[in-house]
Design a protein around this ligand. Structure first.
Ligand code: HEC
Length: 120
């Protein structure tokens, strides 16, 4: 039983690891919006492990200049890339350490305030 669970976890993890870069090339905007939504669901559920995994995945989903009418990404992301990624790094580290939901939520807000341009 334990082994099966472990196996499922391992397969689940490796699948995300494989699929992220492929999705990134296809349609990084749709992929990151879906990952953000999933991260929001995980945050509400207090599932810090998933928040950490999504934060790691999201770092790969902002290729330079990936903007569109549908995207709320600010061009500042690529002007201040190191600062932008540092917020994901902090979120990932905090979530890995099992930090409380409001602490994690602070990183969501810190980034959205600076790097997300709300559209109608
Ligand atoms: C380092 C920056 C950063 C962090 C950290 C971050 N976000 Fe985002 N988020 C963005 C950007 C940029 C967008 C806009 C993406 C786009 O539309 O291309 C976005 C979009 C979203 C969206 C809208 C997705 C959609 O369907 O359009 C949700 C929901 C969201 N974030 C939730 C979260 C939650 C919850 C957290 C924290 C657990 C979080 N984000 C942390 C940068 C960040």
């Amino acid at each position: 039983m334990k082994f099966k669970l472990l196996l499922a976890a391992t397969i689940g993890l490796s699948l995300t690891a494989i699929s992220a870069p492929i999705v990134a090339q296809d349609d990084p905007i749709a992929a990151r919006q879906a990952a953000m939504k999933a991260m929001g669901g995980a945050l509400k559920a207090g599932d810090t492990a998933t928040v950490a995994a999504k934060a790691a995945e999201l770092k790969l989903l902002f290729p330079e200049g990936s903007m569109s009418e549908k995207s709320e990404a600010s061009p500042k992301i690529w002007e201040e890339w190191d600062d932008f990624i540092a917020i994901f790094d902090k979120l990932e580290a905090d979530a890995t350490a099992g930090a409380a939901v409001p602490v994690l939520g602070g990183s969501c807000k810190a980034c959205h305030d600076n790097y997300r341009v709300k559209k109608g």
